[in-house]
Design a protein around this ligand. Structure first.
Ligand code: FES
Length: 117
């Protein structure tokens, strides 16, 4: 499976300590601005359908706002119950003021994406 690098956001769009949701093709993507930098994950909790971008950040973990499972933003690993499955994480780079994320092609269609050259 190959990926495409997609310009998702500007760094100034996401205050430190917060996450934000983006729709990239069919992917609901969360980008988090932590004390350790920016991270990208699937926005949907692996337990039930909740948006992790609305969760609470602590270091490089996010706590799901519905039932409180914590996920490691570097690995996607579920660190506490009730979630037991990881969430997908995506390679992210910052170039200048742009956040670029490596998106699996399975999520991409040709409409409505901001593709990096
Ligand atoms: S929906 Fe996220 S822990 Fe239940």
């Amino acid at each position: 499976m190959s990926n495409q690098f997609v310009r998702v956001a500007l760094t100034s769009e996401i205050p430190r300590g917060q996450g934000k949701s983006y729709k990239i093709g069919r992917l609901e993507l969360a980008v988090f601005h932590t004390e350790d930098g920016f991270f990208a994950t699937n926005d949907i909790c692996s337990h039930e359908r909740e948006h992790l971008s609305e969760g609470f950040l602590d270091g490089h973990t996010v706590e799901c706002p519905r039932h409180g499972s914590q996920f490691d933003l570097k690995t996607g690993e579920a660190l506490s119950l009730p979630a037991t499955e990881p969430v997908e994480v995506y390679e992210l780079t910052v170039q200048g003021d742009e956040i670029i994320v490596s998106i699996p092609e399975k999520y991409l269609n040709l409409e409505g994406i901001r593709k990096a050259v």
